[in-house]
Write a protein that binds this ligand. Sequence first.
Ligand code: GH3
Ligand code: MG
Length: 315
Amino acid sequence: MESKKIEDFSEVDLSTAKILVVDDQPINIQAVYNILSDSYTVLAATSGPAALEVCNEVLPDLILLDVLMPGMDGLELCDQLKQDDATRDIPIIFVTSFNEQHEEDECWSRGGVDFIMKPVNPMTLKNRVKAHLTLKAQKDMLHKLVFVDGLTGTFNRRYLDLHLDRVKNEASRTKHDAGCLMVDIDHFKAFNDDYGHIEGDQALISTANLIRKALLRPTDFVARYGGEEFAVILPDTDLPGTLEVANRIKSAFDSEKITNSEGTSNPITVSIGASTILSCSNVEIIECSDTYLYEAKNRGRDQIYHPSLESPDIS
Ligand code: GH3
Ligand code: MG
């Protein structure tokens, strides 16, 4: 679901929203489908495991979840969805026939955002769904405003600071390494001076897209660190893996050749400093990669630097 424009903060477009209905009784799914399918795309699953499979393929914007189901019940499914970063923020409305207060309390405490009683009242269902989809879309829009760089669409420095802490905590908990690349455009001041800032901005957007395309795991992310410098964070990745991603990024610039719009400029090149948490010992990972980035610049730019690349036997 895309929120259209930043200035339309209260008016969000819900027409592309996908609603997953989970119920072991197909007749109940059909009833909900009849009420909602005019306004939204309705997906269906008749068990907890089937619902997880659907979520793996298409991320729903909201889930209507039956509580009592054989095998994995609604509460258990809710727990599993809340444990996964990808599905944690999907609003879950429980559809129940409970009479007991403690049963309702249990649904709230597991992270449900609302209830609808069975048999479902069509007006209530429509309005509750609309209200929660709107809230979610507004939350996503706010998240974008706060954490996404307006020019390049990558994450911004604020997001980096917040999520790098999470990555570092996870690495120290699991004893798995994590990588960081600092990627900086070479001689970008000259590019701006020669072709103007609009062309410069366009080259920055293309650079960000190329870096993003080289990242294959959903947990990897790129953030704009400063003007023409990007930080790439690779959770759960060792030094050889980190250098492999650095090579993939450099190869992308070598083959795709970002130039000014007329194609008359030299292609953009980048210098990359690579490090991992474990290989940096006590130095902050960003600082460590930044030091190596400047070593790459000193050595002539358009290259990757990590000390192990000087003596490839040591890693
Ligand atoms: P080096 O190879 O040593 O990195 O040289 P450089 O010219 O890339 O680096 P320097 O730090 O001297 O200049 C960075 C330039 O990047 C300054 C500015 O012209 C450009 N720049 C920074 N932010 C933006 C931006 O948002 N838009 C545009 N168009 N240019 C930017
Ligand atoms: Mg530069």
